[in-house]
Design a binder for this molecule. Structure first.
Ligand code: SIN
Length: 293
């Protein structure tokens, strides 16, 4: 396939791809092969790339329009490029809990492309968990019940002044989202628009409750799903080297940036890919949620 070599990394998800220079203007055939690998393996990795912010933007735009994060300030010249930086004196990292990027939006992103600029001398790996594998492992009875449910998502908890993402960091600028965010409703089980595979679509960072359930009832179900969905057999782990790129599918994957490199610096750049407008029209089922009781 377009000269790409694809090596699967783990049973549930993840593949490393070699034989391609992402900084080049790639043919439509190569982009189609990368997209096929991305939706099939759910997260794909490339090593030894040299991506300027401009080339990362150009690569990302081949997959869809790029998102400008509503709460994290991007690069001055390129607001779509988010610099994810933890300085040696920072205590809290960005993305240090299981989540799916942008599920708090009406039209969540389809994928994120993360490039390693500067890495600590140890640690700083990223974990990924397949929510398609997590769905597959449930009983037919629970699957059928979950398919009737919707969940309410919001950025408020994560990006409020008390939130994990908003806690002070020397370099990154996170805008507080207090009161500025809506709640959007997404199905608890989503059918992948490209593969037809079903996946759980709730996550500990941004899912607030099950629509129409009390907070206590929601908590019991969500606690079970959050515990189930991070089972080791559904995961893979990526150890970064400078120039590595990860491209994950937010429709079916959670990720978790480990914060195990105290006193060291880690610098990544992310672009986040939205669905093409034609896909949004046919696949979006989001609604603004009713107020919680
Ligand atoms: C993120 O949540 O996008 C950050 C992941 C990472 O820094 O490994």
């Amino acid at each position: 396939m377009a000269g790409l070599k694809i090596r699967k990394l783990a049973g549930a998800l993840g593949a490393e791809i070699s034989g391609v220079d992402l900084a080049k203007d790639l043919s439509d055939q190569t982009i189609a092969a990368i997209r096929e690998a991305f939706v099939t393996h759910q997260v794909i990795f490339f090593r030894d790339q040299a991506l300027s912010p401009e080339r990362q933007l150009a690569f990302g735009r081949r997959f869809g329009p790029l998102n400008i994060h509503p709460y994290v300030t991007g690069m001055d010249a390129h607001p779509e490029v988010m610099e994810i930086v933890k300085e040696p004196e920072d205590k809290v990292n960005f993305g240090g809990g299981w989540h799916s990027d942008m599920s708090f939006l009406e039209n969540p992103s389809i994928g994120s492309i993360l490039y390693a600029v500067d890495l600590p001398s140890f640690g700083g790996d990223t974990l990924f968990a397949s929510q398609a594998a997590a769905y597959d492992a449930l009983s037919p009875g629970l699957k059928a019940t979950l398919e009737t449910l919707n969940a309410v998502h919001s950025a408020g908890r994560e990006y409020s002044s008390q939130g994990h993402s908003a806690q002070s960091r020397k370099t990154m600028k996170v805008v507080e989202a207090e009161g500025a965010v809506g709640e959007f409703v997404h199905p608890v089980v989503k059918v992948h628009p490209e593969t037809g595979r079903k996946a759980l679509y709730v996550n500990p960072a941004f899912t607030m409750r099950i629509e129409g359930w009390s907070r206590r009832e929601s908590k019991a179900l969500l606690d079970f799903l959050f515990e189930h969905s991070r089972y080791e057999a559904f995961t893979c782990r990526f150890s970064w080297t400078p120039g590595s790129v990860a491209f994950w599918d937010n429709r079916s994957v959670w990720h978790f940036a480990l914060n195990d490199y105290p006193g060291e610096r880690r610098h990544m750049r992310r672009v986040t890919v939205d669905a093409w407008p034609s896909e949004v029209a046919t696949t979006s089922a989001a609604r603004v949620s009713e107020p919680a009781e």
